[in-house]
Design a protein around this ligand. Sequence first.
Ligand code: PEP
Ligand code: MG
Length: 755
Amino acid sequence: MRGALGGPRVLLRRLREVMAEPVSAQDRLDKVVVLIAANMVAEVCSVYVLRVDGTLELYATEGLKRDAVHQTVLKQDEGLVGLVASEASPINLSDAQSHPAFSFRPETGEEIYHSFLGVPILRAGNTLGVLVVQNRARRTYTEEEEEALQTTAMVLAEMIASGELSALARPGAEPAARHSLNIAGSTLSDGIALGHVVLHEPRVVITNVIADDVQKELKRLDTAIATFRADLDRMLEHGDVADGGEHRDVLEAYRSFGYDQGWLHKMREAVMTGLTAEAGVERVQSDTRARMLRASDPYLRDRLHDLDDLANRLMRVLMGKDHAPSREQLPENAILVARSMGPAALLDYDRKRLRGLVLEEGGPTSHVSIVARALGIPAIGEIANATGLVEPGDAIIVDGSSATVHMRPPPDIESAYVERVKLRARRQAQYHALRERPCITKDGHKIALMINAGLMIDLPHIDETGAAGIGLFRTELQFMVADTLPRIGEQLALYRAVLDVADKRPVTFRTLDIGGDKVLPYMRNVEEENPALGWRAIRLGLDRPGLLRSQVRAMLRAAAGRSLRLMFPMIAMVEEFDKAKALVEIELTHLRRHGHALPERVEIGTMVEVPALLFQLEELLARVDFLSVGSNDLMQFLYAADRGNSRVSDRFDPLSAPVLRALKDIADKGRKHGKPVALCGELASQPIGALALAILGYRSLSLSPSMVGPVKALLLDLDCRKGEQAILPLLEKPVGSVSIRAQLEKFAEAEGLQL
Ligand code: PEP
Ligand code: MG
């Protein structure tokens, strides 16, 4: 084989010609295997394609019996070919038959071949098939030959991913590359959307895979790496780390990869086999992805993202283009697929064309989820490798109700969803009809249903839902979606607009809740071991009062001549509330002294998010005008379970006795002191959560706008007294199971309440 005919570069050039020929898919594949076998002086060359049923089908061969084509089908773990596919790495043997995985298929006639070299056909790290060469003689293929075969496999990957081979397949046995996938994740924003994939960070599409001049390509690669290193060095040295919204440690990690000799060597080797510089980068990245996707170590999987970023940056340097999709380019019914995304990036897309969002990361309380809900865009998170499993333009369905994503759905699934969308629209119309109806339970309890908001885009929801007001206005969202710190004038303008739209309906503004995981890209980030327990929200506000005071001033001025309700996040001690309230007094005095018009009335309250407050309720209620329970944070602190970490966030049920007892205690004490108590965490946005809260005595709930209708429909049918009789005794005695969910469901069913 040392005397290979012309080497890999000639082979690639010939393959390029074959790819351009106007022949059938089978003819093309047949020509490809002949070319590879001849070029590598192998007696056998075969292509196996991974099918939807997980098996590997022989699609073309030179050297094995022709009759076996489309007849030989191997299980994914069967034989050496199966092993190459499942491990996604090459196998190179001089005596294949003595390998324990060798499986003999008489129809192929392969028993006479001893040496075996098989490589996976990979795309974005996913196995699409296996490419094999075999020889009679016992010989070991050289590293260069292995490398050359992997490069060749890249060309086949393009062919399989293009869908060209589907025409050769029997129904139900199509190539897996284009098959339907149904993957479960977690719902970030409810709803159902049908559309087509748009990659938020499009893979760099390489138009030219095969090099004309290898020396030139090597030089391009070297120059690109030098440019890329210089960029990283400059960003790190000039301290303008925040420019790209990245953290120093990520850039440091990039830099260390950027100087990693192993990585560079692999890319150079790939280019030497005849690829263009960008195709070389992609090939190495695809191999790395394949290995890392199989790693169970979460640290390694995280590094995969860094490496993906790095490879993408390098490819962009090489192609000299900005590949971010522009708003104008967004097609109709776009479903964005991204690894992760910030709220500002989501807002940049054209709302009219955007239908759904799929993320590899992201928890339900992350800010991109909040924005997705505000926009009414169904979104699913925690879909591992989502960006690697789809191609731009693929049909895709996002189903928030079952937390699943259907990629390339078959026609029956698609039509079932079309029906569901119609049904939902009808139900939405029914909720809409309840809009004007006051929310009063069957036994006469009035429950104020408010909405959570934070951006201008939320304001139309007040009228659309018929909400009683805004129960939580998250002021940090304006700060988080901005590129620079919003000036006091901009804050004032937003608060005024909110009060104008709300008109007579109450709005509860919450002062800035930043720090911890709510990072502002333009503010220096303080490294903390436990950000959720760190220097955040009111703690930051009291230590750096400038920001808090200017925000309070903007609120007071916006509410001139009307009522203002404001509250503080993350209060842990009554003294903190006293200090924060004193700042409001100072601002009031300041405005009065300067002749500004003042609000007619100012009510000051606090969020209840820190468990320590549960044991200061008497003192707290004596001071505040109202309380609002932040169940998202309260839950995470009560159970010591990070709300953003999917491994632990679902482990504890919010509808459990300890949480419900705590919530009841807050409501009872509030009533005793004559102080209103609301709840504005996500618990209120789930019908079953709202049911529990109404039974516990909550008479004001603040929820996601899309859930006002379903929650109202449920509460209108609720007899609170019956609910109290069924549920409250469970909280008083020792409970068998900590969760009360099952009993709530039983009660709802008996009462005909729709959860
Ligand atoms: C909460 O913690 O429940 C809450 C409403 O605040 P946020 O989700 O903004 O932290
Ligand atoms: Mg909170």
